[in-house]
Design a protein around this ligand. Structure first.
Ligand SMILES: NC(=O)c1ccc[n+]([C@@H]2O[C@H](COP(=O)([O-])OP(=O)(O)OC[C@H]3O[C@@H](n4cnc5c(N)ncnc54)[C@H](OP(=O)(O)O)[C@@H]3O)[C@@H](O)[C@H]2O)c1
Length: 216
């Protein structure tokens, strides 16, 4: 699949390495340090292009820039209409924020009109994600979004990257996978499939999720 990584730093770089090894066709974009971007591109067998050109041929676009940089990144990318977007960002730092009660996912989906928006890869540290890819039992990567087909594609990419995809539902109801780390949320916590299924049931039922699992 043709996938563009916008901001191939800690989170985006790990995704690039994983999806490159899985045989996907990658393009990297949006870097100040173009030498480092080029070095990663050579490592993973990716191309490099300016933002608008990089998304023009992409079927999926991974957005992995700091929250404060998102407005500039989105302006430089141009329209994402029709593209499957995987938003990895968390609302830390400066920049426009969701309204009270609105999820960051719903807010960001609104900033990408026409995009087939999903959110994933955002709940675990980059070091943990890099360390645990392909580990058995698989680590869960949560995904939310309002486009079922897009989520199915992203679930395959999550599997290709070496994690277990678990669908938490739509963008309006995915607050438990969003920052900050807190009781009653999955953000910042490792999950494996059985415990993740129980979380999905609780979220669907509108009740508190079970206590955070502790793994040996
Ligand atoms: N780090 C984590 O553990 C973690 C975990 C989950 C989610 N996230 C989320 O993932 C997103 C990316 O985080 P990250 O830790 O991967 O960040 P990062 O390592 O700093 O990577 C940011 C990427 O954006 C590029 N970029 C382009 N313009 C930039 C600018 N003006 N300022 C900063 N970076 C710029 C950077 O390249 P240049 O430096 O070459 O510009 C780099 O490729 C964030 O929204 C974060 O909340 C992070």
């Amino acid at each position: 699949m043709d996938i563009t990584i916008v901001g191939a730093g800690r989170i985006g770089g790990n995704i690039a390495r994983r999806l490159g090894r899985a045989g996907h066709s990658l393009m990297l974009t949006f870097a100040r340090d173009t030498a480092a971007q080029q070095a990663l591109a050579e490592e993973v067998g990716a191309g490099v292009a300016a933002p608008a050109a990089a998304v023009a041929g992409a079927e999926a676009v991974v957005i992995a820039v700091p929250w404060s940089v998102l407005p500039d990144a989105l302006a430089q990318l141009g329209s994402l209409a029709g593209r499957i977007v995987i938003d990895t960002t968390n609302q830390f730092g400066s920049g426009p924020l969701p309204a009270v009660g609105q999820t960051a996912a719903a807010f960001n989906a609104g900033r990408m009109p026409g995009a087939r928006y999903t959110k994933s890869f955002n709940t675990l540290t980059s070091a943990f994600q890099a360390r645990t890819a392909h580990r058995d039992p698989r680590v869960v990567q949560w995904v939310c979004g309002d486009d079922q087909e897009a989520k199915a594609v992203v679930a395959r990419l999550i599997r290709d990257a070496g994690y277990e995809p678990v669908d938490l539902g739509g963008t309006a109801g995915c607050a438990v996978m969003e920052a900050p780390r807190r009781d009653g949320a999955v953000y910042g916590e490792e999950y494996r499939l059985p415990e993740a299924r129980a979380v999905v049931e609780a979220v669907r039922a509108g009740v508190a999720i079970p206590p955070t699992p502790r793994y040996p």
